[in-house]
Design a protein around this ligand. Structure first.
Ligand SMILES: Cc1cc2nc3c(=O)[nH]c(=O)nc-3n(C[C@H](O)[C@H](O)[C@H](O)COP(=O)(O)O)c2cc1C
Length: 309
């Protein structure tokens, strides 16, 4: 089964691994690409020296297609990064956290396929006006940075997919074959998985974070910074529960984040996660996550198709 996105990106399985600060590095991204999906290197950590090394490492670790996310707000010199990406023959970029009109025209000139990440209908229109090749549509149930007033994937994806001609990647709530099949029914042509990828063998985060995802119920995430910026969906801990209840700003301090991400201290910062944490039950190698989701997705679609006859 092909979609416009598998054809455009030259991938076998329409699953894209989400860009995630410090997590979406070459060990995870190359595993996703080698398994037939599309791995993405993050830039939202803002750690440009390390990111350049990761981009160069990808060229060694996989011969399959992969991409880079340019999180405009977090990158000091996005234009220089565009040049670096093009020099290193990166064929696919997602832009996010900024005005699509700033980078999309130059990326297109350089022959790069560009999708912009959008949380609203208005954002989608701006990205279309900037000339994107496709959209990553992010529902509020997903992990990470969020538009606090955003709508769920169930509302956003069909609305945007039916309004615009470009292909849509559905992000937020997609974790397995059944949810992928739902994304296709809503008009998406690929899904992006964040939370599911954090709980993979190849994800570099501390085992405590992975275990917290396994233990979480679907109601165990909170949106912090609802009235401050940036709003983020994170796992519920003592700290994040208190920040949410008191409407206090969650401050992203790099030292604390490193203690959480790689030291496993879950109470010193925010561990971003989507509501699908409640559906993640095991830590698996990326290859089986992709293969099982894709096989199950096609089985669900076949079954529904035969029932609709
Ligand atoms: C741990 C984590 C970190 C994330 N970090 C970023 C980020 O740095 N930049 C970004 O644009 N999105 C980030 N996201 C959002 C993802 O790119 C993706 O859209 C989202 O995870 C999809 O929803 P899901 O969690 O239900 O799969 C993050 C998500 C998670 C779970």
């Amino acid at each position: 089964m092909q979609t416009r996105i598998t054809e455009m990106l030259g991938i076998e399985i329409p699953i894209i691994q989400a860009p995630m600060g410090w997590i979406a590095r070459s060990s995870l991204a190359s595993a996703v690409s080698n398994a037939g999906g599309l791995g993405i290197i993050e830039t939202s950590s803002g750690d440009m020296d390390a990111i350049k090394i990761e981009i160069l490492a990808m060229r060694e670790l996989t011969g399959k297609p992969w991409g880079v996310n340019i999180a405009q707000h977090f990158v000091r010199d996005p234009q220089a990064l565009v040049d670096f990406v093009a020099e290193n023959e990166v064929g696919f970029v997602t832009t996010s956290a900024g005005d699509p009109a700033v980078l999309v025209p130059r990326l297109k000139e350089l022959g790069v396929t560009v999708f912009h990440v959008v949380p609203t209908m208005r954002g989608a229109q701006k990205a279309i006006d900037a000339g994107v090749d496709g959209l990553v549509v992010e529902g509020i149930e997903g992990g990470g940075f969020k538009n606090a007033d955003g709508a769920s994937s169930l509302v956003l994806v069909p609305e945007i997919a039916s309004r615009f001609d470009v292909p849509v990647v559905a992000a937020g709530g997609f974790v397995d074959g059944r949810s992928m099949a739902a994304a296709f029914a809503m008009g998406a042509e690929a899904v992006q998985m964040g939370t599911r990828m954090v709980a993979s063998i190849e994800s570099p985060v501390h085992a405590n974070w992975k275990q917290a995802l396994i233990d979480a119920k679907e109601s165990d995430t909170v949106v912090v910074n609802r009235h401050h910026r940036p709003a983020m969906r994170t796992l519920r801990t003592e700290l994040t529960g208190r920040l949410e209840a008191d409407d206090e700003p969650a401050i992203l301090n790099i030292d604390d984040m490193m203690k959480l991400y790689f030291g496993g201290d879950m109470e010193v910062g925010v561990a971003m996660a989507g509501q699908v944490a409640g559906r993640v039950r095991s830590i698996e190698p990326v290859e089986s996550i992709l293969r099982d989701a894709w096989d199950d997705c096609r089985a669900v679609l076949r079954e529904l198709g035969s029932r609709a006859e």
